[in-house]
Design a protein around this ligand. Structure first.
Ligand SMILES: [Zn+2]
Length: 60
């Protein structure tokens, strides 16, 4: 199963790919720096029926 997800940076809107650890649970919150603008995105990750849903927010 593919656990690579895509989120769109909350700052610049660029797409970023991240690898999601399925062992982390169905709901995960991680902070990732955008690969384009290097600003931190807080990602709310949900795994639902093998699909990855990612919501990105500004940090703070
Ligand atoms: Zn960005």
């Amino acid at each position: 199963m593919d656990f690579t997800g895509t989120y769109y940076c909350a700052y610049c809107g660029e797409g970023n790919e991240i690898f999601v650890e399925p062992e982390g649970g169905d709901v995960q919150t991680v902070t990732e720096d955008c690969s384009v603008c290097c600003r931190p995105n807080v990602l709310n990750i949900r795994l639902i029926n093998g699909q990855i849903y990612i919501n990105s927010e500004f940090e703070g």
